[in-house]
Design a protein around this ligand. Structure first.
Ligand code: FES
Length: 102
């Protein structure tokens, strides 16, 4: 497991998200009330980019069919069908830089 820099904390204000690429993976970095979280960007239902979804608090709603995931944990929070949770990554902020452990 390595630590990869993906940007500056100041580039993602509270309540916003940004898709980044780290270690060949597309990952969504989210700022929730000044704390940063990271989950896989690809929805486990049918592959939509969650970066095109809607963020409300810590819940991201997929723009294609409405699956809801908690950005803090990657856990599925609502969807009629049984689909997998989404992968989550540890985020470390050092000197205003965002690092992901991937
Ligand atoms: S692709 Fe995300 S809910 Fe269907």
């Amino acid at each position: 497991m390595g630590k990869i820099i993906v940007g500056k904390a100041s580039d993602i204000p509270s309540g916003r998200m940004q898709k980044v690429t780290a270690d060949g993976k597309e990952i969504l970095v989210v700022n929730i009330d000044g704390n940063y979280y990271a989950i896989n960007d690809t929805c486990t239902h049918a592959g939509a980019s969650l970066s095109e979804g809607n963020l409300d608090g810590s819940i991201i709603t997929c723009g294609w069919h409405g699956a809801k995931f908690d950005c803090k944990t990657g856990k599925l929070s609502a969807f009629p069908a049984k689909i997998k949770d989404i992968g989550a990554y540890r985020v470390v902020i050092e000197s205003e830089n965002i690092f992901l452990e991937v």
